[in-house]
Write a protein that binds this ligand. Structure first.
Ligand code: HSE
Length: 436
């Protein structure tokens, strides 16, 4: 029997994910070769320093180089795996790889959220594949599920937990009452967080992932920087108590909906009904709830970060591309990578939601009346209200659905009332009916 064909890979980056790719390609080599009918072979690995003392995996030193261009243009490289992170050098490398006809796998959500249109257009023109399963929800095969599993369907809306660090922080704070900074440091030590964890807890990482999902689900181009995002840093321990009292948990959500004329896309912490599956997604796990026309609701759950889960997504993409290479060699037409037309994004003021509002007030007669009068004036209907008496008196209001612009105007007016002792805070509530 003849030796299986070889598909050459250039790895750009040997950090956590790159090391996982080496490990997985070694450990699962036999199964991968059997499934693919070809061997995936790492020809070269681009690193920042050749002499680094400690690496996460042992590699043949002769594979290492610091020269990205030389790695990309090697004749024996078919697929370039961009695992460097960042958007400047990564963009140059990916576009250069496409230009010389290399297929690309990337785990870089920021790159695609910022330069996705340019990269996909270049790939389509050159007739090469750009695969990016690892860029969204790590090892959860959500891109493949949306692109292939739901290829015949029409996605209407989606909602999910796409940042493991924020989910870890919020679920641990809710369970233990420990302070934010303490729990975040733990998430960093466990390796879930970005190099700059403010990207996680500030919502930027989730917004980049949502931009990619929106592009795929709604056939549009979405610049991640246009997505409204709010981080989890302002959540107070008392909010977990109130949420529980009303039958909710607080989760870091990414939400998108196709309104036809515009796309709604937003990232923020929200109150999720405690009896929803999303409410049970704890720790660093990710999950995405998708609602599509034909299938109805479906959910996807798993590890959104970590060496092997993310490497698994990268290697599976390389396998898929290798199959495409064989299909093309056999005369199959090229795959259409990404269909995309620009669509307007709905301003956050036009979004409709239910809201949880918390306001610090003086405990005096008529205070509640003043607050509810302002809400009523702005067309905001109250579903539930509670007051916590004592020195630090808080009024908590749950509203019926309202346009966010009205809510923001009302809270602006409430904050000017003399009886308000600490400014209003609000969180959105998902689900169509008040719980509890
Ligand atoms: N920092 C990301 C998270 C992991 O916490 O989900 C990779 O996207």
């Amino acid at each position: 029997m003849s030796e299986p064909r070889e598909i050459g890979i250039a790895l750009l980056g040997l950090g956590n994910v790159g090391s996982g790719v080496i490990k997985l390609l070694e450990e699962n080599a036999a199964a991968i070769t059997a499934r693919l009918g070809a061997r995936l072979v790492v020809r070269t690995i681009v690193v920042r320093e050749l002499e680094k003392k400690q690496r996460l995996v042992a590699v043949d030193p002769s594979l290492l180089t610091t020269d990205i261009t030389a790695a990309i243009i090697r004749d024996d490289v078919d697929i370039v795996c961009e695992l460097m992170g960042g958007t400047t050098l990564a963009r140059t490398a990916v576009l250069a790889a496409i230009r010389v006809g290399r297929h690309v796998v990337t785990a870089n959500k920021a790159l695609l959220a910022t330069h996705g249109s340019e990269i996909f257009a270049a790939a389509t023109e050159r007739g090469v594949d750009v695969y990016y399963e690892a860029a969204v929800c790590g090892g959860v095969p959500i891109i493949r599920a949306l692109r292939e599993g739901l290829a015949s369907d029409r996605i209407e809306h989606l909602m999910g937990i796409v940042n493991g660090t924020s989910n870890y922080v919020l679920s641990t704070m809710a369970e233990t009452g420990r302070p934010f900074a303490d729990v975040l440091a733990e998430a960093q030590a466990l390796g879930y967080a970005e190099a700059d964890p403010s990207l996680d807890v500030g919502g930027d990482d989730a917004a980049d992932k949502l931009a990619i999902l929106v592009g795929l689900c709604f056939a549009t181009t979405m610049d991640g920087s246009r997505i409204h995002r709010e981080g989890i840093t302002q959540i107070d321990p008392i909010d977990f108590e109130y949420a529980e009292r009303f039958g909710y948990v607080i989760k870091p959500l990414a939400v998108a909906r196709d309104h036809g004329t515009a796309i709604e896309a937003r990232v923020h912490p929200a109150l999720v009904p405690a009896n929803w599956l999303l409410a049970d997604v704890s720790g660093a796990k990710n999950a995405l709830y998708v609602h599509s026309y034909a299938l109805g609701p479906s959910m996807y759950y798993g590890a959104g970060a970590g060496m092997l889960p993310t490497a698994m997504a990268v290697v599976s993409d390389a396998i898929e591309i290798s199959r495409n290479i064989s299909a093309r060699a056999a005369g199959a037409p090229p795959m259409r990578t990404q269909v995309s037309e620009p669509r307007p994004i709905m301003p956050i003021e036009e979004v409709r939601s239910r809201y949880y509002i918390r306001i610090g007030v003086a405990d005096r007669p008529g205070v509640l009346g003043q607050v509810t009068t302002v809400l009523g004036y702005h067309g905001i209907s109250i579903a539930q209200v509670v007051q916590r008496p004592g020195q630090d008196t808080q009024i908590v209001v749950l509203t019926h659905e309202v346009r966010e612009g009205n809510l923001r105007e009302a809270l602006g007016a409430i904050d000017t009332l003399a009886v308000v002792t600490s400014k209003s805070r609000f969180l959105r509530i998902v689900g169509s009916t008040p719980a509890g």
